[in-house]
Design a protein around this ligand. Structure first.
Ligand code: 5GP
Length: 189
C-alpha cells in the first residue's frame, strides 16, 4: 500500500533493537484518514471471505481494528492483558512474548465474545517475531472458531514471524513489509 509506505518513510523513526517508531500516525497520535484507507484496503483483500468478528490485542491494535471493522461491519473483540484468571471469569487464555517489552504475559478473551460459529480476522499494527499473532490465533482455536487470516499494518520482513506463520498455513495480508532498516533508511519489499 504505497500511501502507507510513503508515510512510514516520511515519519517513521528507527530505534535501537530493530524497533520502528510510528507514533505520529499509528501508535500514539492516530491518523484516522489513513486508518480508513487501511480499512478499505483490507476489506478489498479479504473481500472473498466471510468474516463475523475482528480480533485484536490491547492497546495499540484497538484503534486500527475499530476503523477497519467499519468496512467489514462486524464487532471488534480485543484480547486483554494481565488480568488474573479467577477475577476474569470464564475466559480463553494464551501467552504472548512482548517484542517491545521483552517479557511474556497472558492474554484473555471472555468466552461470551468468541464462539465456534465465528469467522475471525485478526488485526494488528506490527508483525515481528509472530508471538502476538500466535497468541491471538490460539484464542481463536480454543474457541473452536475459524481463523480467516490476519491483516497487519507493518510487517518487519527481516524478522521470522511472517514466514513462520505463513508456513503454518495462516493467510497474512501485510500492507507494508519492511525488508531492511538502518542508517540508509527503510527498504520495502
Ligand atoms: P511480535 O509478537 O510479532 O514479535 O510483535 C508484535 C507486537 O509487538 C505488535 O503488537 C507491536 O505492538 C509490537 N512491535 C513489534 N515490533 C515493533 C516495532 O518495530 N515497532 C513498534 N512500534 N511496535 C512493534
Amino acid at each position: 500500500m504505497q500511501i502507507l509506505k510513503d508515510r512510514i518513510k516520511k515519519d517513521g523513526k528507527i530505534r535501537e533493537g530493530n524497533v520502528l517508531k510510528v507514533d505520529s500516525f499509528l501508535n500514539h497520535q492516530m491518523d484516522i484518514a489513513l486508518f480508513a484507507q487501511i480499512g478499505q484496503e483490507l476489506k478489498r483483500r479479504f473481500a472473498d471471505e466471510t468474516i463475523t468478528k475482528i480480533l485484536t490485542i490491547e492497546a495499540s491494535g484497538i484503534g486500527i481494528a475499530c476503523i477497519v471493522a467499519q468496512y467489514f461491519e462486524v464487532p471488534v473483540v480485543f484480547a486483554k492483558k494481565n488480568k488474573t484468571k479467577n477475577i476474569a471469569g470464564d475466559v480463553y487464555t494464551s501467552s504472548v512474548e512482548s517484542y517491545t517489552h521483552g517479557r511474556s504475559y497472558d492474554i484473555m478473551v471472555s468466552k461470551e465474545f468468541l464462539s465456534a460459529d465465528d469467522n475471525v480476522l485478526i488485526i494488528d499494527d506490527f508483525l515481528a517475531n509472530g508471538s502476538a499473532l500466535l497468541g491471538l490465533a490460539a484464542l481463536v482455536e480454543h474457541a473452536g472458531a475459524r481463523l480467516v487470516g490476519a491483516g497487519i499494518v507493518i510487517e518487519k520482513g527481516f524478522q521470522p514471524g511472517g514466514q513462520m506463520l505463513r508456513e503454518k498455513g495462516l493467510r497474512i495480508e501485510s500492507l507494508a513489509i519492511v525488508d531492511a532498516m538502518g542508517p540508509d533508511g527503510i527498504v520495502f519489499r
